[in-house]
Design a protein around this ligand. Structure first.
Ligand SMILES: [Ca+2]
Ligand SMILES: [Ca+2]
Length: 376
């Protein structure tokens, strides 16, 4: 294990997980993002997550908000019920074209949900739903940021087909990667664009459980995800001025990669893409991180890092740490190049490994990352 740059280590070990805005590039994502953008904070008194959603069975006229474009139906209904006498009805006899959709939703104020996985579950009854169908979605927002793009977002759209006709059935969507900046969680049931028919929704609930890091590095090629590459999160110290992107046109492998750029230099600030996983497969042995990197950089440039923690998420000081910074220079203009860094020994009491793809202090330009692997 080497710690060549003492100035970085204390900064990195105090891992700040500051979420930043994102620029959706996928057609699906734009649709979903616009869904999100048009849904502003709602009036009313949000419940705490411990109480979960209120009026879950839609028996009262409270808590749920509705978006009802012309020609659409979004309302409480006594026509169908999974429990009690009522449910929520969404539908359209003729759809309004791309970008027009109905929805219902509910907003909850939450405390720190770092390390918590949320699951939104609803009973849905479908009547002649033709087209894209219906989706369940969860989004998390930082109350200190302008309401715009979600900080974290998860949807069933294009993953689970909820269309056709069918009696009451349970559907759910999971949201992970929630960090301490998230203070508002919103649950949605969306009657998607270019869809006709009628859907009834009842007994909607959110449950929380402890997030368990994945066993091995996931989505190392950045091909999967909705609003962000799945399993990856972003953070850093002083994130202003940095641009995170998830490119859909230009990967080292596949179509996608991630990048970080900054046009003006900061002496102290740095940011990263990161992923946390369980260390089980690596305990007591060496761990090697490889990444394909492409740069158009000036200054210190980029680095890749492995850290180990005796906690399920990176917390305070790292228990094990290695970086390319100070030993391998990753700067200048260069096409896709493979870089590697090895942690010689991972202590056996480690509960998580976090890999970081960093944009170092004192750097300008753009760096791309793709094809990330972690092997023993
Ligand atoms: Ca009901
Ligand atoms: Ca890729």
């Amino acid at each position: 294990m080497s710690r060549p740059d003492a100035s970085l280590v204390p900064l990195l070990v105090a891992v700040a997980t500051v979420a930043c805005g994102t620029t959706p590039t996928d057609p699906l994502v734009s649709e979903v993002a616009s869904v999100s953008t048009e849904i502003g904070p709602q009036s009313g008194s949000p419940a705490n997550i411990n109480g979960g959603l209120t009026n879950q069975s839609a028996e009262a006229d409270s808590a749920w908000f509705f978006n009802t474009p012309t020609g659409y139906v979004s309302r409480y209904s006594s026509e169908q019920a999974h429990s009690g006498d009522r449910s929520i009805e969404l539908g359209a006899a003729t759809h309004g074209g791309p970008g027009i959709f109905g929805y219902t939703g509910q907003r909850i104020e939450v405390g720190d949900l770092t390390g918590v996985k949320l699951v939104l579950t609803a009973y849905i009854k479908l009547e002649n739903v033709v087209g894209q169908g219906v989706s369940l979605a969860l989004r998390g927002d930082d109350p200190n940021q302008n309401w715009g793009s979600a900080e974290v977002f998860s949807t069933t759209q294009r993953k689970i087909d909820i269309s056709g006709s069918g009696d009451w059935a349970e559907f759910s969507v999971e949201l992970q990667g929630i960090d301490s900046s998230i203070g508002i969680i919103t649950a949605y049931v969306v009657f998607l664009p270019e869809t006709t028919g009628t859907v009834f929704v009842d007994d909607v609930r959110i449950t929380a459980s402890e997030e368990t890091p994945v066993l091995s590095l996931q989505n190392g090629s950045f091909e999967d995800g909705d609003l962000r590459p799945e399993y990856w999160w972003r953070g850093g110290l002083g994130t202003a001025g940095f641009v995170f992107e998830w490119s859909s046109t230009d990967g080292w492998a596949g179509d996608r990669s991630v990048s970080i750029s900054r046009s003006s230099e900061s002496e102290a600030d740095f940011v990263y893409w990161a992923q946390t996983l369980r260390g089980d497969d690596f305990l007591g042995g060496p761990v090697t991180l490889t990444a394909h990197v492409r740069g158009n950089l000036s200054g210190q440039g980029a680095s890749i890092v492995i850290r180990g923690d005796d906690t399920a998420q990176p917390s305070e000081h790292a228990n094990a740490f290695v970086t390319t910074q100070g030993t391998v220079s990753i700067t200048g203009s260069f096409d896709w190049t493979e870089y590697a860094v090895t942690l010689d020994f991972l202590p056996t009491d480690m509960k998580s490994i976090t890999v970081y793809l960093l944009f170092l202090p004192g750097t300008t330009g753009t760096v791309d990352f793709d094809g990330v692997e972690l092997v023993r």
